[in-house]
Design a protein around this ligand. Sequence first.
Ligand code: PLP
Length: 459
Amino acid sequence: MTTLPKPRQPELKTSLPGPKTAAIMERDAQHLSTSYMRPYPFVPDHGEGVWLTDVDGNTMLDFFAGIAVSTTGHAHPHVVKAVQEQVTRFTHVCLTDYPQEITTSLAERMVKHVEKPGEKWRVFFGNSGAEAVEAAVKLARNHTGRSHIISTIGSFHGRTYGAITLTGSKTKYKRGFGPLLPNVSHVPYPNPFRPPLGATAGTCGQAVIDHIEGLFQTIIPADEVAAIIIEPMQGEGGYIVPPADFLPKLRSLCDRHGIMLIFDEVQAGMGRSGKMYSFQHFDGQNGMNCQPDIITVAKGIASGMPISAMLAKESVMTWPVGSHGSTYGGNPVAAAAAHATLDLLEGVVKHSGCGDSLMENAAQVGEFIMAELKAMQAEFPFIGDVRGAGMFIGLEFVTPDGRPDGKLRDAASMAMFERGLLNLDCGEAVIRISPPLILTREEAATGLEIMRDALRALK
Ligand SMILES: Cc1ncc(COP(=O)(O)O)c(C=O)c1O
């Protein structure tokens, strides 16, 4: 009888934090910005695939991918090679003034995933998610000649002035920074687990639409609204998937009033949900359309190299020459990493053990993780909800009477970390599971076993 090799496990060689980690954290606390949070004592030294090793030699399984960024895992050979090759050619010229083939072909490649017959899209490149969001809002205002922007409660759009104004998840992002951008309003996000506006899981999408129409009658003139910006699946706010009818209804509302619809795909996009863009789970379903006018992407686009993109329909990208730009945006080294990442996401280059493409792997292994987590709810009644799509999965902790239990979530998150599973919280009481998309079913099972063990220890 042959025995299968035991799957790789986290390896903790010291107690956490180890001595080198503690020493660096001490220096970090002395010299870096006081705004940085340090929830887990972990200082990375190197990574390989879904594994990260700290400076003390402790190896952890990565279930958060640097906040949904390291799509292809750590130090993927195909990405490393692409970056190395580009570095030896040239590292910067400035895309605002000179074209470069590597970004031209990247734009051509990215729009293919969104263009429909008879439609043409264009791309603006930046360096971060917030910059893509700023570009989207500037474009919407410039194109429509209107100023008001509607965003959602629970949203996260970044840390620049425009982006924090749009953000609606935590007041700490805004406290002490005002005055913020004028003419921004927030409406509820249709969360089926905690439906707003007195609605139910099934009616909360329509309730939010009715709420916005109500605002147009009473507070905000619809013909002064430039855009509605929304995450098609809400990230920082708690990994929330809206009801299937909501985004198509929002599309219709925008059409009725000449409003630009911006989908912020920074966290859920680039294959994480099992499709290139998360809105594509709803577009075309039951004959309903929710193609936006503008899309923002960043994070998973280039496996950790800093690059972001704002994609817009050609009919919308009407801002004049010189009106917007960036010194580093569309940097060729980051663009090379984005090409290599897309190779793996699309399956032009295969990653062993991950089927035809990383997007397919995200869908299949994500479905396995969700099914296992849902099964765990029977043993752990404090897991109130398991939701998501692909490898964009949220696990909400609740009190016995169903309220969000942030304290229990924090304890669970730390218990998982102490057992060698890197994870991250979001929302009021949610752990987000956003691993590298190269995670295999076996590695997922290892992570789930660690989670189970940590949750049992809580009981
Ligand atoms: C949906 C969304 N938009 C925008 C941002 C901002 O991205 P960045 O931190 O790269 O500026 C984030 C970051 O978490 C995000 O999740």
